[in-house]
Ligand binder design. Structure first.
Ligand SMILES: Nc1nc2c(ncn2[C@@H]2O[C@H](COP(=O)(O)OP(=O)(O)OP(=O)(O)O)[C@@H](O)[C@H]2O)c(=O)[nH]1
Ligand SMILES: [Mg+2]
Length: 238
């Protein structure tokens, strides 16, 4: 078993070494860091990790317009060409996604094409240290997205995911409409539309302790509009 873990980074200087240690402790797991020219020097730390762990850590240094969606496009396009990777995982670098859960996500992906690490599998929302406003935003956001797009996953916005690489390669990664967090919804939408086998595994999301959030109002507005764009585009393609 070989899994490549893609993590986008923007100013994650303190978190990246901790995340890398958490990922690399698992045999068969490698890390691909997609850094967006972080002003805090995260890119140089990623390069050092690549030197310290030859063959297990790789870095993409992006230039040009920054964005989470764009970074995932670059990282996932690289990942699908990596023929030694059976699985491709995606996770945030801020330790909100516990690397200890990686083996169980990969195990669940043996009989799925995509497994989502879900915060919504126990009736409530499994998050630690979120203010009520953030819980409500996530819960209503997910409900809204599911209503508009008809997605069946309980957690459509989770960034903790594991794909079978061959299934991921069937998606039109280079043609995604979204730049920001909506990218996660768009990928899921395209996966469900193509009939990929989508499963979920419960996770506990822990709010970041180090560094700062990059959630912006632009990104939230895109997340409101994108579900409608996806549905309309899919209708036109029928
Ligand atoms: N490459 C890249 N990474 C990004 C960008 N924006 C956010 N990220 C990374 O995406 C992951 C999630 O971003 P966060 O800022 O933690 O956003 P969030 O998890 O929705 O919000 P918090 O709850 O505040 O942590 C982190 O690893 C960030 O470093 C970006 O524009 N480019
Ligand atoms: Mg975060």
């Amino acid at each position: 078993m070989n899994a490549l873990v893609v993590t986008p980074t923007y100013n994650e200087r303190e978190n990246l070494p901790l995340l890398a240690a958490g990922v690399l402790q698992h045999e068969g797991f490698r890390l691909l860091v997609v850094d967006d020219g972080s002003p805090d020097g995260t890119g140089a730390i990623a390069d050092q990790l690549a030197t310290d762990h030859p063959g297990r850590v790789e870095v993409i240094h992006r230039t040009g317009t920054r964005g989470l969606g764009r970074s995932y496009v670059d990282g996932l396009l690289r990942a699908i060409t990596d023929s030694s990777a059976d699985f491709v995982c995606q996770m945030d670098c801020d330790l909100s996604h516990d690397p200890a859960a990686l083996p169980s996500l990969v195990a669940a992906a043996r009989d799925h094409d995509l497994v989502i690490g879900s915060r919504y599998m126990n009736g409530g929302v499994s998050v630690v240290n979120w203010p009520l406003s953030r819980i409500l935003l996530s819960a209503f956001g997910n409900r809204y997205i599911r209503l508009v797009t008809n997605l069946s996953a309980s957690d459509c916005t989770s960034g903790y995911r594991c794909w079978r690489r061959e299934a991921l390669a069937k998606l039109p990664i280079a043609n995604m409409l979204s730049d920001g967090y909506a990218f996660l919804v768009e990928m899921l939408f395209e996966a469900q539309r193509r009939g990929l086998r989508i499963g979920e595994a419960p996770i506990i999301f822990i709010e970041r302790r180090l560094g700062t959030s990059k959630l912006s109002s632009n990104v939230l507005v895109e997340s409101l509009i994108m579900p409608w764009r996806l549905v309309l585009r899919a209708r036109r393609r029928l």
